[in-house]
Write a protein that binds this ligand. Structure first.
Ligand code: BG6
Ligand code: MG
Length: 213
């Protein structure tokens, strides 16, 4: 059934959670806003500005649009500095060999990520030229749970949504896949939402899901 797999990036192909956390924590500390891992968790899959709005729920002053833009830019500078620590060694053997095996079976492989840093991260991991298409925060106007990022990914590789399988670790991403008419394989935290067609206990389980489809 499936002819293509569209992967979320952060939390699926690699783990950037602690870098996001450290960068947001620096901003929150400067603004004297309480911030912890639980709040960080809510930022998964949503855009940079939406993430900041969630952090600002605990801020009791008013902030202009310009100020918000400037704080999110500052967060991204810190985040990008931290991303420089990433290298091909951060790509797990399991992920790489599963991707290679899927490609061997003739499936097209794409990225569907809310991040505007997707290209940079893929480069750091040594996957700069690997995927057949990359749909990310730079080519969308609405972020997950809106389906736009996945719909665009499917268009980029020339496949109908029905033959695409999305792999997601965040509830917002599973919702986005569903809204785009695509099946979803949940991994990690997204399994809990119980909304996906398939639930993976390991990334390599993906091979079996595709084989049995
Ligand atoms: C998603 C992450 O992939 O990208 C979110 O899960 C993040 O936590 C979003 O907010 C936007 O990322 P960036 O890199 O454009 O700030
Ligand atoms: Mg994710």
């Amino acid at each position: 059934k499936y002819q293509a797999v569209i992967f979320d990036l952060d939390g699926v192909i690699c783990s950037t959670d602690t870098y996001h956390y450290q960068a947001w924590k620096a901003i929150a500390d400067e603004l004297k806003i309480p911030f912890n891992e639980t709040i960080n968790h809510r930022l998964r899959g949503v855009s940079r500005m939406e993430s900041f709005e969630i952090i600002l729920e605990k801020y009791d002053k008013e902030m202009s649009r310009e100020e918000k833009v400037s704080w999110t830019e500052k967060k991204n500078e810190i985040y990008k500095e931290l991303l420089k620590n990433m290298s091909p060694a951060d790509l797990s053997e399991e992920v790489k060999s599963t991707l290679d095996a899927l490609r061997e079976k003739g499936l097209l492989l794409a990225i569907g990520s809310s991040s505007k840093n997707a290209g940079f991260i893929l480069g750091q991991l040594g996957l700069g030229e690997y995927f057949d298409a990359v749909s990310d925060g730079n080519n969308i106007t609405k972020s997950k749970p809106d389906p736009e990022v996945f719909v665009k990914a499917a268009q980029f590789i020339g496949k109908e949504p029905e033959v695409c399988l999305v792999v997601e670790d965040a509830k917002a991403g599973v919702e986005a896949a569903k809204a785009g008419g695509m099946d979803c394989a949940a991994i990690g935290d997204a399994v809990k939402c119980g909304m996906a067609e398939h639930n993976l206990s390991t990334f390599a389980d993906l091979l079996q899901v595709v084989q049995e489809s």
